[in-house]
Design a binder for this molecule. Structure first.
Ligand SMILES: [Zn+2]
Length: 445
């Protein structure tokens, strides 16, 4: 007996960057996994059926780098360079956050993600225990990393991250996994990075870190350590296990070889990187070297949305523009960054990001009837270049329906919106004397 049967959907599959469609198929789900995909499966074999006529079934989208609770700061710091963005806005504002604020901000971000077809997020933030609680309650899948900074309380931070890992790694039926989250080489000393790497190895978990976001960060690293941020991270042991490097916008050929040699995945966040004017990773060179490149949003304070299809679209357009080659980042390969490559980056390869028998049942149904999607000459191209979050009708994670016909089933959205609205005035009071950390001034490099 199947738990759920999706009927009459067009199934998007991508193999080695080449998309294909199974027209009008049924997808049977049992015990949280895809059990069968066939032209016709008897509805009598299923406890629950869902008619997907006129809809495209896609692998759930994977957001490989986000700060979900920063939905609270959407639009607070516009048209400013990264130093001002951190020092005058984000890091002072984040000192206002209480665990309850982070909880409601995370629910707002998760609601937006589910509404846009995202089923899994690699989240990097603090007060991670309430974020884990929000992920557990909503039914989302997440890889969580508690952000760590150098400072007087390094040992306390490590002890807390260790405790958090023991409590949550593999929780919620393995929907939640935990990695270590050192913030960046410019906010963590090499000796602290080494302690973080050792802790990750002891616990058997990976590393999620910001790396080489700006040219100035590379210059500062070379002058302070005589090594690039990638080499500093490698030398600290951060790449001895699985790792996600967010951004990696400014990497040398030597850095790329190191990332490839250690199997480090790069989470590129093109909208944030373009908006802050800091540069976007050399995606084609990374891919040619064998680096797994996945897509992230970063926080909503820099991206303004958690729409991963928009990020995918921007990346494909950027690569075509900067290479002068319309064949660069074709449709299937680009969609793969937001699905199977994300799964690879997060350590869930072949489990999520694909619609195959045996995979976890993490998927989204996209309605294809809207005027901006018709006619359907090429479903994959329509998805990448034309679809909007509002076209996503239904989202399933681990076999559980989280949104049905645009109705969120695990999040009380009116309450989330009320809770967020009630907090905004207090949260946006800026006391620039207090900061979470200090972004190094590029002029002092
Ligand atoms: Zn980030």
């Amino acid at each position: 007996m199947y738990d759920l049967l999706l009927q009459h959907v067009d199934v998007l599959q991508i193999t080695n960057g080449v998309p294909s469609i199974l027209s009008r198929h049924d997808i049977a789900i049992v015990n949280r996994r895809i059990a069968a995909i066939a032209p016709q499966i008897s509805p009598g074999l299923a406890r629950e059926t869902l008619n997907g006529e006129g809809q495209i079934a896609i692998p759930g989208l994977i957001n490989s780098h986000a700060h979900t609770a920063m939905s609270l700061f959407r639009g607070v710091a516009e048209d400013v360079p990264i130093e001002e963005w951190f020092n005058n806005f984000i890091w002072p504002l984040e000192t206002n956050l209480t665990p309850e604020d982070v909880y409601w901000g995370t629910l707002l971000g998760l609601a937006e993600m589910i509404e846009s077809g995202v089923t899994c997020v690699a989240d990097h933030y603090f007060m991670m225990d309430v974020i884990a609680q929000a992920v557990q309650e909503t039914g989302m899948r997440a890889l969580l990393a508690w952000t760590l900074f150098s400072g007087a309380d390094e040992s306390d931070q490590l002890a807390r991250a260790r405790q958090f890992t023991k409590q949550w790694h593999g929780a919620a039926g393995d929907r939640i996994r935990v990695w270590m989250g050192p913030h960046a080489p410019y906010t963590c000393t090499p000796s602290f990075l080494r302690r973080v790497a050792q802790t990750a190895q002891e616990l058997g978990v990976g590393i999620h870190i910001h790396l080489a976001e700006t040219a100035a960060q590379v210059t500062q690293s070379l002058s302070a350590h005589g090594r690039s941020p990638v080499v500093v991270a490698r030398d600290a042991g951060l790449f001895d296990g699985p790792a996600i490097a967010a951004h990696a916008a400014h990497v040398s050929p030597e850095d790329i070889a190191i990332l490839a040699g250690h199997g480090v995945a790069v989470a590129v966040t093109p909208k944030t990187e373009m908006k802050l004017g800091i540069g976007v990773a050399p995606v084609m060179a990374l891919r040619e070297a064998g680096v797994t490149v996945a897509l992230g949003s970063d926080g909503a304070a820099s991206n303004n949305t958690y729409d991963i299809l928009e990020s995918a679209r921007l990346l494909a357009l950027l690569e075509k523009l900067r290479s002068g080659n319309a064949r660069a980042m074709p449709v299937g390969a680009t969609l793969e960054l937001a699905t199977a490559a994300g799964a690879q980056a997060l350590g869930w390869q072949n489990e999520i990001g694909v619609l195959h028998v045996g995979a976890r049942a993490d998927l989204a149904l996209v309605r294809s009837g809207a005027a901006h999607l018709q006619p359907l000459h090429d479903l994959a191209a329509t998805l990448l270049y034309s679809a909007q979050p509002a076209d996503v009708s239904t989202v399933i994670v681990d076999g559980r329906i989280l949104m049905r016909d645009r109705e969120l089933l695990t999040i009380d959205k009116p309450r989330v919106l009320r809770e967020v609205a009630a907090r905004i005035e207090r949260l946006t009071q800026r006391q620039t004397a207090q900061r979470i950390a200090v972004y190094p001034d590029a002029r002092s490099a």
